[in-house]
Design a protein around this ligand. Structure first.
Ligand code: GLN
Length: 306
């Protein structure tokens, strides 16, 4: 490990930890309200395989929307460029669960990272796989090298019981002709996908193929092409934080993706992947301290893509 990287992370962690956290837990998924809001972890994995972590970096948490990047990766692997007839690649400028813009766009979601787009991706995977739930899990186990990785039934059931907005989104898109399967089946898979649990170390490792031209670090296995990795990184940069994507690019300057479990993963192509977890969210549904820590890391280190 380059000692500079560990010093930079250590320093950013120390500066960010005592900040007064104005954020709130994502209580709209009842099970997420039971998480200790003080949790704070960070882990950086370089593409030479060395890594460095601090705090609660080895405790698993609900990755929620971060999983949307992995389901998109699997769908791109199957469909290639055809996928972009079902989903657009533009920032939405709206909250992650917004119904706006769907009607005027004939049920084509603005991008794959807002809930509507991720729901269409789930529909695509169900149409192309024998058993999307199992095969997606196998795929994530393979890219992360974590054989015991699982969905959390507790989190998925909690969201299934209260996910009225996602039910509305899926039915609305179905009525506009952009969902092929039964909404109930699509939503079950969507909630399971969002319930995956990884820790910061596992997350930074799982995403490292996107910092490595589409290839896994451990064995150089090509997961997706370099050009497909470029497309996914571009989408993370422009759409990974919903209506705060501009702010994240402005403050942090890296492609990244957040989840309402308080996790954020970001990467610097050909260099490193970093994952951070702090459960309290700002009003846009992104981790308050997670964003602050990443901003400090890239400001002090000058390690941004800009
Ligand atoms: N499962 C969550 C939802 O659909 C994911 C949202 C998120 O992490 N931004 O509301």
């Amino acid at each position: 490990m380059n000692s500079d990287y560990s010093k930079i992370i250590e320093n950013a962690y120390k500066l960010t930890k005592p900040l007064k956290d104005k954020g709130k837990l994502a209580t709209y998924i009842p099970e997420l309200a039971n998480v200790n809001p003080e949790k704070f972890g960070v882990h950086l994995t370089k593409i030479d395989g060395t890594c460095f972590g601090l705090g609660d970096n080895l405790e698993r948490f609900s990755i929620q929307s971060i999983a949307k990047v992995l389901s998109l990766t699997l769908a791109v692997k199957f469909l290639g460029e055809k996928i972009w007839t079902r989903i657009d690649v533009e920032p939405s400028g709206t909250k992650f669960d917004s119904l706006l813009l769907l009607e005027t766009n004939n049920g084509i979601p603005r991008n794959p990272f807002v809930n509507s787009g991720a729901i269409v991706i789930c529909d695509i995977l169900i149409s192309h796989l024998e058993n999307a739930r199992e095969e997606f899990l196998e795929f994530v186990r393979d890219i992360s090298d974590i054989p015991n990785l699982t969905y959390s039934d507790k989190i998925a059931d909690s969201e299934k019981a209260t996910g009225y907005r996602n039910v509305a989104l899926c039915n609305f898109i179905k009525s506009l002709g952009n969902i092929e399967n039964e909404p109930e089946e699509v939503l079950d898979f969507y909630f399971d996908m969002c319930s995956l649990e990884l820790n910061c170390k596992e997350l930074s490792n799982a995403f490292s193929f996107l910092a490595n031209g589409g290839k896994k670090l451990r064995d150089n296995k090509q997961i997706i092409t370099t050009s497909q990795a470029k497309r996914i990184n571009a989408l993370m940069l422009t759409c990974g934080f919903y209506d705060e994507s501009g702010e994240f690019a402005f403050e942090v300057g890296l492609p990244g993706k957040s989840g309402v479990g308080g996790g954020i993963v970001a990467l610097y192509p050909n260099n490193f992947t970093i994952a951070v977890w702090s459960p309290r969210l700002n009003p846009n549904g992104n981790s308050f301290k997670g964003m602050k820590l990443l901003e400090t890391v890239t400001t002090y280190s000058e390690m941004s893509i800009f």
